[in-house]
Write a protein that binds this ligand. Structure first.
Ligand code: ATP
Ligand code: MN
Length: 462
């Protein structure tokens, strides 16, 4: 059992009290009569220094086995440190080695390892500074998400992981089935889903939004925060096949109130990590992105830019920048366009609204012009899209017409249409990709490094 974390012990003033730490050896420096160990237990970025000398029982033997990666339990006196670099250190009285780590084979010997290499050892990489700091930031950011919504009276809603309807993103859905794949039952050439577990075709959820709308249209304000799955073949640094999404949904709320909420939310979570995770944030600012703290402080202070898609297209055309994919009204914005808006034209977060209907989902509210919908995407510097949302179509006839126009079957959406039949209200919401938020606040470039065990196209080892 761990009595006190290293984080707690480092905050004590050293007065010769006896303490006990449990952790893993990061480094060992040996001299003739004594040695220094650096121990880390994951409670914070810093290590605690332990002085081991000949007074330690079985000194020589213990010292040989105290190699990088070994797990130890050290009991000793907390004293002011003689050397620079740390205020206190532990003078070991007793050391128990729970598990040695063979220096011939333990992979984390060097000080710096490439992210690619660390991904191959996802079972050991949390013992590095970067992944440890990431895990603590991810934890803090989760708390920030809950705190933001709880403070505003939102109800935390658990939406299903197995989706019964195929309302959105059918192409990106992972199928869930108990049918024997080597001998699929068929009838008239078609797969016979009546023999499947749910007696229908099901998949892993791509979004909790539609179910979220049901509860928002009863409880007022809800949010979901859970795993989301998309069979994305796109091998980018911003897409995972399994990621966590935060999706608030608000009744009696239009696109403008939705934008206010999205802006307040992003500012809140950025401020939260700046305030609560200083040590780890300084680490990322030093080693990962030297503009990180400036960027985040700017986000907390700045008023986000709000422009329509049509204005964004004009601005991009006017900029004269050479893009790989030319901009033109009607085409979706590519990440190079999103980055150009946030990094060169405005130099802060940009909310783009009113996208052409053909590039957005069927449920978004139609504008008067009949051509654009009340979509809202939030783009941030260095990353591009972090939030996608909209005001939802709340008019029964318009929604049904849109479903038919897209060649969908209204019968598949009977319950969704019912929300527009009984007590329909203007309502809105958005989805924040949680890993994109962790990328944004840590500066880490690749989304595979901000989730403990990334699932991407062709990769699910751990
Ligand atoms: P993109 O254009 O970047 O693929 P999207 O338009 O498909 O995003 P939405 O369906 O609006 O995204 O989902 C809401 C948010 O979820 C996005 O803004 C993004 O932050 C996040 N997100 C979407 N797909 C992924 C993914 N495959 N991996 C990680 N996060 C994702
Ligand atoms: Mn996508």
């Amino acid at each position: 059992m761990n009595d006190q974390s290293i984080k707690t012990i480092l905050s004590l003033s050293p007065q010769g009290q006896t303490v006990r730490v449990c952790g893993w050896v990061r480094t060992k420096r040996e001299s003739k009569t004594f040695s220094f160990l650096e121990i880390n237990d994951g409670s914070c970025l810093r290590n605690i220094q332990v002085v081991v000398d000949e007074k330690t029982p079985d000194y020589k033997n213990v010292l040989n086995r105290l190699t990088t990666g070994a797990s130890v339990e050290v009991t000793g006196v907390l004293a002011a440190s003689q050397g620079g670099g740390q205020a206190s250190e532990i003078q070991a009285a007793a050391i128990v080695i729970h598990g040695p780590a063979d220096p011939q084979t333990y992979p984390l010997q060097k000080k710096h390892h490439s992210f690619e290499f660390l991904r191959e050892i996802a079972h050991l990489r949390p013992r590095t500074n970067t992944l440890g700091a990431m895990a603590r930031i991810r934890n803090a950011l989760s708390m920030a998400v809950h705190q933001f919504f709880q403070e505003r009276g939102f109800i935390y809603l658990h939406t299903p992981v197995i989706a019964g309807s195929d309302c959105e993103g059918a192409g990106e859905m992972f199928q869930v089935t108990t049918l024997p794949l080597e001998n699929i039952p068929r009838q008239h050439g078609q797969v016979d889903y009546s023999q499947d577990f749910f007696k229908k075709k099901t998949g892993l959820t791509v979004s909790g939004q539609l179910e979220g709308e049901i509860y928002a249209c009863a409880l007022g304000r809800i949010y979901t925060f859970g795993p989301t799955f998309r069979a994305e073949h796109s091998d980018t640094s911003r897409h995972l096949a399994e990621f966590w999404m935060v999706e608030p949904e608000m009744a009696f709320c239009d696109i403008h109130q939705n934008m206010d909420m999205a802006e307040a939310f992003v500012k809140y979570i950025c401020k939260y990590v700046l305030d609560h995770c200083q040590e780890d944030m300084f680490f990322f600012n030093r080693w990962v992105d030297t503009h990180l703290l400036d960027t985040l402080e700017n986000v907390v202070q700045a008023e986000f830019v709000r422009i329509t898609y049509s204005e964004a297209v004009q601005q991009l055309e006017k900029s004269g920048a050479a893009f790989e994919y030319p901009v033109s009204w009607g085409k979706d914005l590519q990440s190079e366009h999103e980055k150009h808006l946030t990094e060169h034209i405005f130099r802060k977060p940009v909310m783009v609204t009113d996208y052409p209907k053909q590039i957005k989902a069927f449920y978004m509210k139609m504008n008067q012009d009949g051509k654009t919908v009340r979509a809202l995407d939030l783009h941030v510097p260095r990353l591009g899209e972090i939030i996608g949302g909209s005001e939802r179509e709340n008019d029964y006839d318009l929604l049904q017409a849109r479903i038919l126009e897209l060649g969908l079957n209204p019968a598949d959406y009977w319950w969704y249409l019912d929300l527009r039949r009984y007590g329909s209200v203007p309502h809105s919401g958005f989805g924040l990709g949680f890993e994109r938020a962790v990328q944004f606040v840590t500066g880490l470039q690749n989304i595979r490094d901000v989730i403990p065990f990334p699932r991407t196209y062709g990769s699910a080892e751990f």
